[in-house]
Design a protein around this ligand. Structure first.
Ligand code: BG6
Length: 457
């Protein structure tokens, strides 16, 4: 099998793709006869490239020597279609038969059509040869129009089942867990609606800056980099109606139905971390947002007036991701104590788990209520590590399983919301923040409620 990475000198290769391939190889999920071709524009020998990525990789890779013989580097300008015949020859000249071919596009989205078209033209990927597949990093497209154009170009030449549009959040254990928690438990079935749920918060906070990715990020911003994909995918899993069955397409139909009913409120906060404009690759006076705080509603009978808050930002105080579901107050006749609202926390990162907050009797003679927690730690109870999202998803591509990949209409519906938001936002200046608390207090002012439950810190 050949696994080709376009844009291999980027961060994703070192942080996620190579570590995932390493683990899959030693878990015997990869054929012995497999090569990873790393493609970039810079001049390297394969040896120099491999040594450099190893230096950049954090963590232990005790069997690196055995793994690295599968890694190659090929220098080319992938934006030039004339470079592809040489690449094809390089592949054909490799000793051994590599009929299974996965092309992984880890580049900025503007290169997607150029690369896909060149691969199709030189017949490295052909319709209905299901051993030839193409994987697109997110975001798929830069807006709805470009996404549509890319999709048309692909489907004119190859079959949908050869196309994998990745959203690595879907590979995360706790995202896969949402449907089980919702639909395998009677206790949640009847309360998963506006009657019982007061609000839902979905967040993905990061401590990092844009680092070396300024050139890509400045055209993208948090809306396209995180909200259009990771946060909307999470939202649609939390809010979807029960599917007609455990069938991939029925599930995706319900996810699309949620996105098509999203109504974004006027209470959207855009932020930009102080110093962003001085980062490499950023336009002077850029108004790109590195933080979004978004309040929206889903116009379905189930969700009536429940607000959903989506929050994501760079340069926050702690890296964390999760979902906080707050239930309405109980009709409480206990007069003493400090009952708190019931909450269900679905923790995605750093801990993977579930916490249910409820009220009970405080120990002692008096009848005081006090908040309590039921706490399930996913990794503590399951033997071994849960597979890194990319590991799961790459293994699914190898096995032709597209259930955790986004279907075209999910992408289409997400872009429709984002395009409308971008149009409304125009060139208005984001709030400049020096710290997480500064920007969250802006959200709190607008939303008139705390963004995070302090007890969960
Ligand atoms: C990527 C974004 O898709 O997700 C990055 O492009 C972001 O900007 C990353 O840092 C966050 O992923 P995770 O798994 O670390 O939460």
């Amino acid at each position: 099998m050949l696994f080709t990475i376009f844009g291999a000198t980027g961060d994703l290769t070192t942080k996620k793709l190579i570590p995932a391939l390493y683990n899959l190889y030693f878990e015997e999920e990869m054929p012995e006869n497999f090569k990873v071709i790393n493609i970039g524009r810079r001049a390297y020998t394969s040896e120099a490239f491999v040594d450099e990525i190893r230096e950049k990789m954090s963590g232990d890779y005790p069997r690196w020597e055995a793994f690295k013989k599968h890694l190659l580097y090929f220098q080319m300008d992938f934006s030039n279609s004339e470079a592809y015949p040489d690449f094809k020859k390089f592949v054909e000249d490799l000793p051994g038969q590599y009929r299974n071919r996965i092309f992984y596009l880890a580049t900025a989205p503007r290169f997607f059509p150029i690369i896909a078209q060149a691969l199709i033209q030189c017949k490295m990927i052909r319709r209905d040869d299901f051993r030839e597949k193409i994987v697109f990093e997110k975001p798929f497209g830069e807006d709805l129009a470009s996404a549509k154009a890319y999709n048309r170009l692909l489907l004119e030449a190859i079959d949908e089942s050869q196309v994998f549009r990745i959203d690595h959040y879907l590979g995360k254990e706790m995202l896969q867990n949402i449907l089980m928690v919702r639909f395998a438990n009677k206790i949640f079935e009847n309360i998963w609606n506006s009657e019982s749920i007061e609000s839902v918060k979905i967040y993905a906070m990061e401590t990092e800056s844009v680092k070396q990715r300024g050139g890509y990020y400045d055209h993208s911003g948090a809306l396209k980099d995180m909200v259009q994909n990771h946060l909307f995918q999470t939202l649609s899993l939390v809010a979807m109606e029960p599917p007609g069955g455990l069938n991939d397409n029925l599930i995706k139909d319900e996810k699309v139905a949620v996105l098509d009913r999203v109504r974004v409120s006027d209470e959207v906060i855009y932020g930009q971390y102080a110093g962003y404009q001085n980062e490499k690759g950023i336009a002077p006076a850029s108004t790109t947002e590195t933080f979004v705080g978004l309040k929206l509603y889903i116009d379905t009978p189930r969700w009536k007036e429940t607000p959903f808050y989506l929050v994501t930002g760079k340069m926050m105080s702690k890296k964390r991701a999760g979902i906080e579901i707050t239930f309405k107050d109980a009709t409480c006749f206990f007069e003493k104590g400090m009952p708190k609202k019931n909450k269900l926390f679905i923790e995605i990162f750093p801990r993977e788990g579930l916490v249910l907050q409820f009220n009970g009797k405080a120990p002692g003679l008096a009848a005081y209520t006090m908040p309590m927690k039921l706490d399930y730690c996913h990794l503590c109870n399951v033997v071994g590590n849960s597979p890194e999202a990319y590991e799961k998803l790459i293994s699914d591509v190898v096995h032709n399983d597209a259930s955790l990949f986004t279907r075209w209409d999910e992408i289409e519906s997400s872009w429709r919301i984002i395009d409308a938001m971008i149009e409304k936002k125009g060139l208005s200046k984001p709030v400049i923040y020096g710290s997480e608390s500064e920007i969250l207090s802006e959200c709190e002012k607008r939303w008139k409620e705390p963004v995070f439950d302090e007890d969960m810190d």
